[in-house]
Design a protein around this ligand. Structure first.
Ligand code: RNT
Ligand code: ZN
Length: 422
């Protein structure tokens, strides 16, 4: 039996087994097309961007560690890498671009000067790929961010500089959404915070609110732009306080019906982001996810299929929230093959959603409502060893991408013929 036949046969058996538990695998497979993942450009080059030839991530409370060879050093290399990544992933994707990845044609264009034209080649590329595009203002790796405060700075000229950047990014995002015919989700994350215990937290939060109010004064059609706000518990060098805390942004998002971005690397280790989904969606229309894998103080390892991500996916699928949740990834590992990291992380995220779709939710709910809690636990435990892998492999086969670990060889080949020559 060849690999294809084996995958098909395994699927047939899995389909029957799931069917015995009341789950229709064919429906799950069809539904997987609704799981659209926004691929973050910054895994390809360690959040460097292309503002200057030697751009590297500086400041901002985030760090990329490792120096694995072959990182993308130009827009064309980044596009090539992303095309390779897309060719190895099943299902649908979008591009998620940071402002510092603009196509500045060798010119030095400061953040308060960027315009839609600097992103036209990216928009065109997305159109060619048939994918939507998301965007992010970049409030780090800049001299005016070095003091640790941007939109919440007490220095009025610095604050105004970043408000201008934000205004421009919203304009660019709306243009992206208009041209591509799918709303651009623009996520705001600022590194503002303090290393040691501050006494005037309030003033910074008042200033952040003021800056957001100023930048949001212009309204754009929702079909073009969706603004999202991302909180963080702490950052490297901002251990004692972050201005943009969860309470700050959740309050702001509810008051102004903005999207709240939940990055599962940005909370206390025992807090589960999956638990936050239903609460937030009672009060805001939509969420943005930054799926990642925190380890100790780092929030940005490549996603793997763990309980954290699975609970997030399950809560979305159980409540039929896919159309209210925008799924993004946010990790940057410079210590391994960067394309490999993309593929492992993206596949893991999709797997979590597929597992969620293969859950007999109605049956579990009934057990819960009947107070049959041992039975609920037992069934949840049994589900973990159902032949999910056979359904996943079949999905990859049907999607025309490598099945199982076959993509490893493709990544190695790309490393040999492309990355190692950089
Ligand atoms: C940082 C935030 C933020 C960034 C990206 C690059 O802690 O998670 O989302 O990772 O904007
Ligand atoms: Zn994030």
């Amino acid at each position: 039996m060849n690999n294809r036949e084996l995958t098909e046969k395994a699927y047939e058996i899995a389909r029957e087994q799931y069917s015995n538990s009341g789950v229709d695998t064919d429906i799950a497979l069809a539904k997987m097309d609704n799981v659209v993942i926004s691929l973050h450009c910054w895994q390809a080059d360690d959040v460097g961007g292309f503002e200057t030839p030697d751009a590297t991530l500086t400041g901002g409370g985030i760090q990329a560690t490792g120096n694995y060879p072959g990182k993308a050093t130009s827009i064309s290399e980044l596009k090539k890498d992303l095309e390779k990544v897309l060719s190895l992933l099943p299902g649908k994707y979008r591009l998620n671009l940071h402002a510092l990845y603009g196509d500045f044609g060798g010119e030095l264009v400061d953040r308060d000067q960027i315009e839609p034209k600097h992103f036209q080649t990216w928009i065109d590329w997305c159109r060619e790929q048939g994918i939507g595009m998301d965007f992010n203002p970049s409030f780090f790796s800049h001299p005016k961010a070095q003091a640790g405060f941007t939109l919440s700075s007490k220095d009025e000229s610095i604050r105004q500089f970043w408000v201008e950047h934000l205004k421009r990014c919203r304009k660019i995002s709306a243009e992206i959404g208009r041209q591509l015919g799918t709303p651009c989700v623009m996520n705001i994350w600022i590194p503002d915070g303090s290393k040691d215990i501050p006494v005037d937290r309030n003033a910074h939060r008042v200033l952040l609110k003021k800056s957001l109010d100023e930048a949001f004064a212009v309204t754009y059609p929702k079909e073009h732009l969706k603004d999202a706000l991302e909180s963080k518990l702490f950052g490297i060098g901002a251990e004692a306080m972050t201005v943009g805390s969860q309470e700050f942004y959740l309050g702001y998002a509810i008051q102004h019906n903005k999207l709240i971005c939940l990055d599962n690397g940005h909370f206390h280790p025992t807090e589960q982001v999956g638990d936050k989904v239903t609460s937030c969606l009672l009060y805001v229309d939509e969420l943005l996810l930054h799926l990642t894998r925190p380890i100790r103080w780092d929030s940005d390892h490549a996603v793997t299929l763990n309980e954290d991500v699975q609970l997030i996916a399950s809560e979305i699928i159980r409540n039929d929230f896919l159309n209210r949740v925008n799924i993004g990834l946010d990790f940057f590992d410079a210590s391994i093959n960067r394309l490999g990291a993309y593929i492992v992380g993206s596949r893991a995220a999709k797997k979590a959603f597929m597992i969620a779709m293969l859950e007999p939710f109605a049956r579990l709910k009934e057990l819960e409502e009947n107070g049959q809690l041992f039975e609920r636990l037992a069934l949840l435990e049994e589900l973990k060893t159902k032949p999910f892998g056979a359904v996943w492999d079949y999905y990859c086969l049907k999607s025309g991408v490598p099945v199982g670990e076959d993509y490893i060889a493709e990544v190695q080949e790309y490393e040999r013929t492309v990355l190692s020559l950089r």
